[in-house]
Design a binder for this molecule. Structure first.
Ligand SMILES: Cc1ncc(COP(=O)(O)O)c(C=O)c1O
Length: 423
């Protein structure tokens, strides 16, 4: 893969270190201030989706109150305003991921659509019979199934790099599996089921040394780790707005311009064309070639507000805050008799998965809910991870920037209640 001249990350608009005030932050999230089953809500299902701060809610409301119009084609004031707001978010997403150019930012519905886009365009052009696609054993279904479908269609083989008992990728196995037939590697930055942070920079270096491009699933990383796509040198990076305090239905596919330029379009329709006749259609330039039809304008504007919100708080501070919560929760939960933490990698972020001897995760989740504590139970759309650990499901408590140590204490108290009732 070629190396491009890298744009240095712009000076962060973040608040100075040490000024993160979680109680202040919580005031921005109206949904948090409610009772569930008579108990204060403790929302620990952030890996599934995050709550939305007032600036995001207001940006969407303002858009519908003042600017709602279709974009790119109108000459009237509302359309021009909507277009300007929409395209400003592209620049914000470029800044957030430190992409070299705003045309490398493609708006999609979320990580799932981003990965399907790459599989169905780049993948279909480059993966043929007998070729291989390499993923890891800790992928979310959305970074397994699109590649499986492609491999089935093309007669290619899906290879899977294994993980150890801590839930860490076996890096030398990953490198060994990058063979002469590998056409693309698709890996998660941060596992939603285990919390493992993968050494993406190193993995990209290994793949590029063999001329293999890398797609990174950044769904869980983008809300809590500083992501610099140029520094990581990734070829594709996929994120979901709703996991980073923005609305559902909007996400970003970052792709290196050189690759995107050469790829065929994903869907056909309005906006992705330069000209159409019954004989021939000429496709639009980047990024519009990949954005067919009227896009999700309002939620894109919501995404812009979420990016600005995160930038204002400072991702470094969010990362530090969540790291503290995760370390505290891990220490306390692991100390409860009968609890096993699933995923004990050295480098972790986001969430804590665990099981309890003789108690089904679903029952744990139900009792925690009665205590006001919202966690996720199940396979977390990562059934192969569950198979690897020989369990049907886990309980997952995942943290967001608004969670507190007091809420971790509520989780611990809830787990003690589970022991009392079912243990
Ligand atoms: C690691 C990971 N990848 C991909 C996805 C899919 O994201 P979405 O459903 O927003 O497309 C998720 C969602 O849970 C995830 O955690």
């Amino acid at each position: 893969m070629s190396t491009v001249a890298k744009t240095p990350r712009p000076i962060s608009a973040a608040a100075p270190a040490g000024t993160f005030d979680v109680e202040n932050v919580r005031r921005d999230f109206p949904i948090l201030h409610q009772k569930v089953h008579g108990k204060p809500l403790v929302y620990l299902d952030n890996a599934a989706t995050t709550q939305k701060p007032l600036p995001v809610i207001e940006a969407i409301e303002n858009y519908y109150r003042r600017d709602n119009s279709n974009i790119h084609r109108g000459v009237h004031a509302l359309s021009e305003r909507a277009t300007e707001h929409y395209e400003k978010v592209r620049t914000a997403a470029q800044r957030f991921l430190n992409a070299a150019d705003s045309k490398e930012i493609i708006f999609v519905r979320g990580t799932t659509e981003a990965i399907n886009l790459v599989a169905q365009t780049y993948g279909r052009e480059h993966v043929g019979s007998g070729d291989e696609v390499l993923i890891t054993a800790m992928e979310h279904h959305s970074n397994i199934v699109p590649w499986q479908m492609l491999c089935e269609e093309k007669g290619a083989k899906l290879r899977v790099a294994p993980i150890n008992d801590q839930g860490e990728l076996l890096l030398d196995e990953f490198e060994r599996l990058l063979g002469p037939k590998t056409r693309i590697a698709a890996v998660s930055h941060l596992s939603n089921a285990l919390g493992t942070i993968n050494p993406v920079r190193e993995m990209v270096r290994m793949a590029h040394a063999r001329g293999i491009p890398v797609l990174v699933d950044g769904a869980q990383a983008a809300p809590r780790l500083t992501v610099d796509v140029q520094e990581l040198d990734v070829d594709f990076y996929a994120i979901s707005g709703h996991k980073m305090y923005a609305p559902t239905g909007i996400g970003v596919l970052y792709g290196k311009a050189k690759l995107l330029e050469a790829m065929p379009p994903y869907q056909g329709g309005g906006d992705m064309i330069a000209s159409v006749s019954f004989d021939k259609t000429v496709y639009n330039r980047l990024p519009y070639k990949f954005e067919a039809g009227t896009p999700n304008i309002a939620d894109t504007i919501g995404l812009g507000a979420a990016i600005e919100y995160l930038e204002k708080l400072g991702l470094e501070q969010v990362e530090r805050h969540e790291h503290d919560l995760l370390a505290y929760a891990t220490r306390e939960v692991a100390a409860i008799p009968g609890v096993s933490v699933i995923g004990t990698a050295k480098h972790k972020a986001g969430g804590l998965s665990f099981t309890m001897d003789g108690i089904h995760p679903h029952d744990i989740g139900t009792i925690l809910d009665r205590e006001g504590v919202a966690v996720r139970t199940g396979h977390h759309c990562a059934q192969p991870v569950m198979q690897r650990f020989g369990i049907p499901a886990t309980v997952r408590a995942s943290f967001g920037l608004y969670n507190t140590r007091g809420e971790v204490d509520a989780l611990i108290a809830g787990i003690h209640k589970v022991v009392e009732v079912l243990g």
